[in-house]
Design a protein around this ligand. Structure first.
Ligand code: SF4
Ligand code: SF4
Length: 364
């Protein structure tokens, strides 16, 4: 299923790029990333979410519905809701998921999994939400709660997973549950035990991420070279285990990439991704985002990715999505990528995971 989506996405990127090259304006954004909040109930050691994010005004519910309506009109196929923590706006989120699913589009949500009650879980299942990506760093509650910087986080996530198990009866597959775990000095020794433990909860996918330093002190959590050896060995074992259990994972790719796990800054991370995904790069395009994605911030600014959205050059407040998608700013970003005039945002990017042909050359 995940593979099908990925394949579909790649086909769409190529299709959109060709349309644009031929000045054919019948290509539309395939996916929309929505950051509908600027809040998190946690304050993880490496992210600091609860304290790091500002209290800047979030779009109203009416504005949110308008944004979704424009995306539906522009034929967006996939809606991905992500952080900081989208369920801090739970009631409104569930309401717009209902609207989106009525239009038969795909919905995925990234969450820390701590704010869902039984009725929300039943709701998500009945609404047909397609995927829930839940963060969990360890099966040892004290380690997880230390990293997540909040007591009982582990218990809350496990309760959430158990409730999904309980209510996804009658052959219901959705939402598919993905677990994302950040690799650090504190969990690097027991990644295999973690994967084995969590696989008992009817999980569809387990992914691992390198730790990105976003707070003071987080550098102490990045694995050193010796610990990295242990990580790579564990990822090897995990990939064998999960293959047997038919659970998707990026462990298959990562166990051959020390570069990726060691990454703790944007540029290294990009190189790591390039190394893993180099077979997908073609057309000499470092990134396809401007041809297939829109990233919408809580304050109604948008761009082809979060980095361009944060530059605050396009906003739903002044233009429609149609005007922005076919407008000068998006077209200039596309031109610059095609002509290899990379802007600062693209040069120091940890968002893009597509088409890094230039970086591929650097690591060969
Ligand atoms: S990592 Fe996620 S859950 Fe943790 S503070 Fe940041 S946004 Fe919140
Ligand atoms: S900043 Fe990154 S994600 Fe955005 S267009 Fe540039 S390379 Fe792509």
């Amino acid at each position: 299923m995940k593979k099908d989506c990925e394949h579909q996405r790649i086909l769409q990127m190529r299709y959109n790029l060709e349309k644009w090259r031929h000045h054919d304006s019948s290509f539309f954004p395939y996916s929309a990333e929505l950051h509908i909040v600027q809040r998190c109930n946690l304050s993880c050691k490496y992210c600091g979410g609860g304290t790091r994010f500002s209290n800047e005004k979030e779009m109203s519910f009416q504005e949110l519905r308008n944004v979704i309506g424009q995306c539906l009109q522009m034929q967006v196929k996939e809606f991905n809701f992500s952080g900081p923590e989208p369920f801090t706006r739970k009631k409104e989120l569930l309401s717009i998921i209902r609207d989106i699913k009525k239009n038969n589009r795909r919905v995925s949500i990234s969450t820390n999994g701590t704010l869902l009650e039984q009725k929300d879980i039943i709701n998500l299942i009945n609404l047909g939400c397609d995927e829930l990506c839940v963060s969990l760093d360890s099966h040892i509650s004290s380690v997880n709660d230390y990293l997540r910087n909040s007591p009982k986080t582990f218990d809350k996530v496990i309760k959430t997973l158990k409730l999904f198990q309980k209510y996804k009866f009658g052959g219901k597959k959705n939402p598919q549950i993905s677990i994302t775990s950040v690799i650090s000095t504190l969990n690097h020794k027991h990644l295999y035990d973690f994967a084995r433990y969590i696989s008992d909860y009817d999980i569809d996918c387990i992914n691992f991420q390198p730790l990105m330093i976003q707070t003071n002190g987080a550098e102490n959590l990045v694995v050193n070279d010796t610990q990295l050896e242990t990580v790579l060995e564990s990822l090897n074992q995990i990939s064998r285990l999960l293959k047997k259990l038919k659970i998707s994972s990026n462990a298959y790719d990562l166990c051959n990439s020390d570069y990726f796990i060691k990454s703790n800054n944007s540029f290294e991370l990009r190189l790591g991704i390039a190394k893993i995904k180099k077979s997908e790069y073609e057309n000499n395009i470092i990134c396809y985002n401007p041809w297939y994605n829109i990233n919408i911030l809580h304050n109604l600014y948008l761009g082809p990715c979060i980095k361009f959205a944060e530059l605050k050059t396009c906003s739903f407040k002044s233009e429609s999505l149609n005007q922005i998608w076919f407008g000068n700013i998006f077209n200039q970003i596309r031109d610059d990528i095609i002509n290899k005039k990379y802007r600062e945002s693209c040069r120091d990017c940890n968002v893009c995971a597509e088409g890094l042909i230039e970086l591929k050359n650097q690591i060969q």
